[in-house]
Design a protein around this ligand. Structure first.
Ligand code: NAD
Ligand code: UDP
Length: 344
């Protein structure tokens, strides 16, 4: 069965490609490489020993998406990872974010309709819950209003899927609401490589550990948490990738729209992450306490019960393993995918 993986060269998409191949799916990647590069595909081919077809192009362009279905289809399902994803940048460039993240989804749905493809998995996020009233967060609380255009684009895209599922009885959609992905494939060949200075905690710590950045800035130590720093639900990217394979199987058992959390059901603080990374890389990593980051919340973590019940999926990897795999990738590729061959 052939799966179209939109944004498949990115961080979560690339790890999902490997899990799909292991589960004997055929894959086609569509990506414009705006936040990735063709080297990712070479590495996926190296790890899997398989040639991976891909099309470079922009999913905002309907004719490109139609052509994908014409040239590479028919597809059993689409997995849609492609999006711009930096929260802060989305506040500065709302039009770019809405155009990229919403139009690509509408184009994909339109081509699916034209070419008779009925299943889609959509990359959503814990951000759709906004500031939680109760922890852990279960799907049943429904989506809130997001504080930034990125989060809002996730909520709107979920709504597109929900509305289309009401209109077409054959349509099956799953929005997977992710916790914070960490880590990398055990090979150390693929991993997370954000553009510029990382905005997220662990990619930033990884750059400190590899000597590219001086110290970690901790955004606030006065939150109402045991050590005063923010707490989040962190999940190994390979666990997340496996969740997509489980979700594909579950879509054979129902119709319509559903939303499912992929998280671990527990949180870690910034200090817990930093201390564990220091142990893993063998060096005490320096930090400075700074003001809280605007828009941050004290704590969130997802209730993974529905994923266990419906997908028979549970996260397997613990925090230490996530950080060991992050360090393996980062130390092997200090400059990410542009690292010279002799550093690998
Ligand atoms: P990523 O940036 O590494 O991957 C996204 C990929 O999509 C990139 O390869 C990029 O080049 C491609 N892309 C973007 N816009 C495109 C377009 N218009 N046409 C073609 N390709 C396009 O991001 P990721 O971390 O792998 O995230 C994947 C998905 O998961 C995103 O939708 C993101 O919002 C969501 N998500 C990510 C996180 C996280 O912390 N990484 C958390 C929750 C949800
Ligand atoms: N954080 C931090 N320094 C950084 C980046 C993040 O102290 O350089 C903190 C942030 O305030 C939050 C936690 O680390 O409490 C996770 O932040 P991240 O951006 O990785 O995830 P998100 O806030 O989007 O869940």
């Amino acid at each position: 069965m052939k799966i179209l993986v939109c944004g498949g060269a990115g961080y979560i998409g690339s790890h999902t490609i490997l899990e799909l191949l292991s589960a004997d799916y055929e894959v086609v990647i569509a990506d414009n490489f705006s936040n990735s590069c063709p080297e990712v595909i070479k590495r996926l081919e190296k790890i899997s020993g398989t040639s991976i077809p891909y099309a470079e192009g922009d999913l905002d362009d309907q004719s490109f998406v139609d052509q994908l279905f014409e040239q590479y289809g028919p597809f059993e399902a689409v997995i849609h990872f492609a999006a711009l994803k930096a929260v802060g940048e989305s506040c500065l460039k709302p039009i770019e974010y809405y155009k990229n993240n919403l139009i690509s989804t509408l184009n994909i749905l339109d081509s699916m309709r034209k070419f008779g493809c009925h299943k889609i998995i959509y990359s959503s996020s814990a951000t759709v819950y906004g500031e939680p009233e109760h922890l852990p967060i279960a799907e049943s609380v429904g989506t809130s209003s997001a504080t930034n255009p990125y989060g809002q684009s996730k909520i709107i895209n979920e709504r597109f899927l929900e509305d289309y599922a009401k209109a077409d009885p054959e349509f099956i959609a799953t929005a997977l609401r992710y916790a914070n992905p960490l880590g990398a494939h055990e090979s150390g060949e693929i991993g997370e490589e954000p553009n510029g200075i990382p905005g997220n905690l662990v990619p930033y710590i990884a750059k400190v550990a590899v000597g590219k950045l001086d110290h970690l800035n901790i955004f606030g130590d006065d939150y109402p948490t045991p050590d005063g720093t923010g707490r989040r639900d962190y999940i190994h990217v390979v666990d997340l990738a496996k969740g997509h394979v489980a979700a594909l199987a579950e879509m054979n058992t129902r119709k319509g729209f559903d939303a499912i959390n992929l998280g671990t059901g527990r949180s870690y603080s910034v200090f817990e992450i930093l201390n564990c990374y220091s142990e893993v890389c063998g060096r005490k990593l320096p930090y400075e306490i700074k003001a809280r980051r605007p828009g941050d919340i004290a704590e969130n973590y997802l209730d993974p019960t529905k994923a266990k019940e419906k997908l028979n999926w549970t996260a397997q990897y613990d925090l230490r393993r996530m950080l060991e795999d992050s360090w393996h990738w980062q130390s092997k590729n200090p400059d990410g995918y542009t690292s010279p061959a002799d550093s690998k």
